[in-house]
Design a binder for this molecule. Structure first.
Ligand SMILES: Cc1cc2nc3c(=O)[nH]c(=O)nc-3n(C[C@H](O)[C@H](O)[C@H](O)COP(=O)(O)OP(=O)(O)OC[C@H]3O[C@@H](n4cnc5c(N)ncnc54)[C@H](O)[C@@H]3O)c2cc1C
Length: 473
């Protein structure tokens, strides 16, 4: 009998499994694929490695939580830390984003026609909110379930109530209008682009505190693991196994049944494993499929996920003769929504011996595409054209595309929904912060659960679920 079976070795499953193992629980982690990481994995096809989804992690400075946690288990994770990490090309804008907020503000203020005072006002608010909220995302003990130490640690946020309270439930656009930056196209486009990749919706709709905090993503020690993003899940696996956890690859769970005594029977690869608790690093409807039934809460969570996105991808190789910046945010048109190939995030690896680099390009795809909406092939074609037009320094030398269907097959996310739950403005965002079971002894973890999307956030959420379980064992 296992204390816990964790289903899936994505960032959330690994964060949960590692904390359970270090807490002394007897843990089995089962993964359908032959490598860990899911959307944050690195796969190999015809001898060439590509990051499946995530390419830029933050916060990953030596003193940040995740590198520190791994080091405590004797595991080092070498990282590339480029500065600037990202450049932004959009109609009328071609700018590199430096690694500090202050330098970015100065650069924006130097753009033609910049409303200098308004930009400074906006970033004064943004900086205050980010400085309050990032520490919470960098220390699992400051999140529910709260310890005595957490109450003290959260005091700065209690005293900051006058800054935070007026922003709760409001869209980012209201802050942009109040400070006077809403009419400055370069910043407006950048804010929309950042909101789309972080809180998964536009600045007009994004919950202000989350959006303001996430704008610091490039300024909080971003990094890319040497050898590909999949080096992070592999490092977490080493820490997990070192802490006594058991991992089985190529072990897809096909069914989950609650036993009369309240324990769980997990049907995996023709065997039945028994556990006191189960953690599913899955989309809510994938968990319902394993149970063979749904629950009102799973229905609600699935409904939230289904308002979200899929991804269109290109996994390419190319020769780069441009500035030494590995990540590029490209926008084709300012007057159209930032998805379906109109906004593409491009990441390049270091040059190989033959001078070629791996190139990963992604764009959001709406999943409720109207019948007259563009096909996935048309979206991929638009992405390729945007790469050609906005990145002329990149000479492509082959590659292949992927779609939500590919994500559904390779990460086993039903429908290929990725990116968690869009953070539309509203007070509903503050429900569900406390990890609680779906039913007795059964938990969900991953980017659809608090604190949500991004590799580090999903790992942190997994840690919080484990902490909740450890209190019950
Ligand atoms: C295109 C794209 C770009 C992104 N870019 C970034 C970025 O730059 N930075 C960033 O921080 N985040 C980024 N993200 C988001 C980030 O990758 C995800 O939020 C995070 O990796 C999700 O982790 P998760 O724990 O929810 O699990 P998942 O990644 O979904 O992993 C779940 C795991 O469970 C396994 N599994 C599923 N079903 C079963 C089963 N029945 N039995 C056993 N195993 C099973 C899967 O194989 C998978 O390994 C990006 C995402 C995408 C799609």
């Amino acid at each position: 009998m296992w204390d816990t079976v964790v289903i899936g070795s994505g960032a959330g499953g690994l964060g949960c499994a590692l904390h359970l193992a270090e807490g002394g629980a007897k843990v089995l982690l089962v993964e359908a694929l032959t490598y860990p990481g899911g959307c944050a994995g690195t796969f190999s096809h015809k001898g060439i490695s590509h990051d499946a989804g995530a390419t830029l992690l933050s916060p990953m400075g030596p003193d940040n939580w995740l590198p520190r946690w791994l080091r405590a288990h004797g595991v080092e994770l070498p990282l590339h830390r480029p500065d600037p990490a990202v450049a932004f090309r959009a109609p009328g804008v071609d700018v590199q984003v430096p690694g500090s907020r202050q330098a970015w503000v100065e650069r924006l203020c130097g753009l033609p026609g910049a409303p200098v005072d308004a930009i400074r006002r906006f970033f004064a608010v943004q900086g205050k909110v980010a400085d309050l909220l990032w520490p919470v995302l960098d220390d699992p003990d400051l999140l529910p379930p709260l310890s005595g130490r957490a109450l003290g640690g959260n005091l700065p946020r209690v005293f900051a109530a006058p800054t935070l309270l007026p922003l709760l439930g409001r869209p980012l656009l209201s802050v942009m209008e109040r400070t006077g930056v809403a009419g400055f196209p370069p910043l407006r486009m950048w804010l929309d682009a950042m909101c789309q990749i972080s809180v998964q919706t536009s600045a007009a709709e994004a919950e202000a505190p989350f959006a303001l905090a996430s704008l610091d993503y490039y300024f909080r020690s971003p990094g890319h693991p040497v050898g590909g993003v999949g080096a992070l899940p592999l490092a977490m696996v080493r820490a997990f196994e070192g802490a006594g956890g058991a991992l089985r690859y190529a072990s897809r769970v096909r069914g989950l049944t609650r036993q009369d005594d309240g324990t769980w029977a997990v049907d995996v690869r023709g065997r039945t494993e028994h556990a006191r608790t189960v953690v599913a690093n899955l989309l809510p409807n994938a968990l319902a499929d394993l149970l063979g039934r749904s629950t009102p809460r799973l229905e609600k969570l699935s409904g939230d996920v289904h308002t979200g996105w899929g991804a269109a991808m290109w996994y390419l190789q190319g020769r780069w003769e441009g500035p030494d910046v590995p990540h590029w945010q490209l926008i084709e048109r300012a007057d159209a929504p930032l998805h379906s190939g109109n906004h593409v995030f491009v990441s390049m690896g270091p040059p190989e011996a033959n001078g070629l680099r791996t190139v990963t390009a992604s764009s959001h795809v709406p999943m409720q595409t109207p019948p007259d909406g563009p096909s996935i092939e048309a979206i991929q074609g638009r992405m390729k054209a945007l790469l050609r037009d906005r990145l002329p320094e990149l000479a492509l030398a082959g590659g292949y595309s992927a779609s939500p269907r590919t994500f559904a097959r390779f990460t086993r996310r039903p429908g290929g929904f990725v990116g968690g739950v869009p953070r539309w403005h509203g007070l509903h965002n503050y429900r569900g912060m406390w990890p609680r079971p779906i039913e007795r002894g059964l938990y969900l973890t991953g980017d659809t659960m608090f604190p949500g999307q991004s590799v580090t956030a999903a790992a942190l959420g997994g840690h919080r679920v484990a902490e909740t379980i450890l209190r019950t064992l």
